[in-house]
Design a protein around this ligand. Structure first.
Ligand SMILES: *Cc1c(COP(=O)(O)O)cnc(C)c1O
Length: 397
């Protein structure tokens, strides 16, 4: 039998591959360079252009760019009126920012368990957590697969909640014929380099609601407005503006916007290649009973940001940690998305306890994210499959 590298065998690769990587071409570089030679490094035409482009791509009426996906979640919560004493329901299987945004506003994040097959927030579990204090619900399109958006819409309407979709993973995903970005009350994107489209850093909030749109603009920039309809006093003159709320500087630069504008021209290409790699992985891994393949809901035509390799530890003689190390020894870089948010020490100190969401905790103990990005060659994809196959074959019980 082919010995895994961790047992002294020959590794599949000597030049290591990482779990994610940006794709930057000459067009992207030229787009950023052009901004550097222009008059505006911030608040310039690239911002307007990108906001319009995001509306065109998603079908949303309004887009507000901001510094990053974390800022997007923060200003979405502020615009939703989330504040002291409120509760916000979200999933534990996400990046900490999806829950931290409630804390920034003085509210309490409430975690509901996931669906064990799709790994997304379970709408029934989420609805059980609704109380008179619940103000907003934030499902995450984990890995790029849309959450059960119709169910979350119903739950939000029934209990009078603001529905914020954390779509940091899912730009390009279509749910039931509609693009992610035009479905929830507010949808947030991230343009971090591991995400499908990047600006180095960057974020956006999309909405169809004019009231939210005006508030998002306000909270993006200090709580300062030049819009007379939002002011408390009469104008003193053409220079006049008012600070009517407290926020911070969450603006994006034009260099970032230009890069994202250029990257979005490749969204279809990125999305197609990601889908191609996902189906190759699915085909290979669904043949191995020792692995569980993430289930896709039929409504979601997903542009996948992450591929989750999930092991069934009871069928292998090694656990996830050893599997992860074995992959690394083969030259395949992996990561784990995510440690359930409430298991972090900060949340533990706030009183959240182990055992709160058992399905999420089980998932966390069985997963690793394997390489998925558009620049992967077919050989790269085959190497990942070869490494997984070798490890499963060797440690099969
Ligand atoms: C990346 C990410 C964020 C935060 O985005 P940044 O741009 O890194 O601030 C929020 N939510 C999820 C699910 C993410 O993956």
């Amino acid at each position: 039998m082919n010995k895994p590298a961790i047992e002294g065998g020959t590794p599949v690769r000597t030049n290591r591959i990482s779990y994610g990587h940006q794709f930057i071409d000459e067009d992207d570089i030229k787009a950023v360079e052009a901004v550097l030679r222009s008059d505006f490094l911030t608040c310039g035409p690239e911002i307007d252009k990108l906001e319009k482009k995001l509306c065109d791509i998603t079908g949303a009426k309004y887009a507000v760019l901001c510094a990053n996906g974390t800022a997007a979640l923060h200003i979405a919560c502020l615009s939703a009126g989330v504040g002291e004493g409120d509760e916000v329901i979200t999933t534990p299987i996400t990046f900490a920012a999806s829950a931290n945004c409630a804390l920034y506003c003085g509210a309490k994040p409430v975690f509901a368990d996931i669906n064990e097959e799709t790994y997304n927030l379970d709408p029934d579990e989420a609805e059980k957590k609704v109380t008179s204090k619940t103000k907003a619900i934030i499902p995450v399109d984990y890995t790029g697969q849309a959450a059960e958006l119709k169910r979350f819409r119903q739950i939000a309407d029934k209990h009078n909640l603001v529905f914020i979709e954390d779509a940091a993973h899912s730009i390009g995903t279509v749910y039931d014929g509609k693009n992610v970005g035009s479905i929830a009350d507010m949808t947030t994107f991230s343009f971090h380099p591991v995400k499908t489209v990047t600006g180095g850093e960057g974020g956006a909030v999309l909405t169809n609601n004019e009231e939210y749109y005006k508030k998002l603009l306000l909270f993006r920039a200090h709580g300062i407005t030049r819009d007379p309809s939002m002011m408390e006093r009469e104008s003193d003159g053409p220079w006049y503006y008012e600070q009517v709320a407290l926020s911070t500087n969450y603006r994006m630069t034009d260099m970032q916007a230009a890069l994202i504008n250029s990257q979005l021209n490749k969204l279809k290409r990125f999305s197609d290649r990601r889908k191609e790699i996902v189906s190759k992985y699915n085909e290979a891994f669904s043949k191995m009973p020792e692995l569980f393949v993430q289930k896709e809901i039929p409504e979601s035509d997903s542009t996948r940001h992450l591929y989750i390799l999930r092991i069934k530890p009871e069928m292998l003689s090694i656990d996830r940690a050893k599997f992860f190390e074995a992959m690394s020894a083969e030259g395949i870089g992996c990561n784990v998305h995510y440690i359930p948010v409430y298991r972090h020490p900060y949340y533990e100190h706030l009183g959240y306890k182990k055992g709160l969401c058992p399905k999420a905790e089980k998932l966390y103990s069985e997963i690793m994210s394997i390489p998925l990005y558009p620049a992967m060659t077919d050989k790269d994809v085959d190497d990942v499959i070869e490494a997984v196959t070798k490890i499963v074959d060797y440690y099969r019980k």
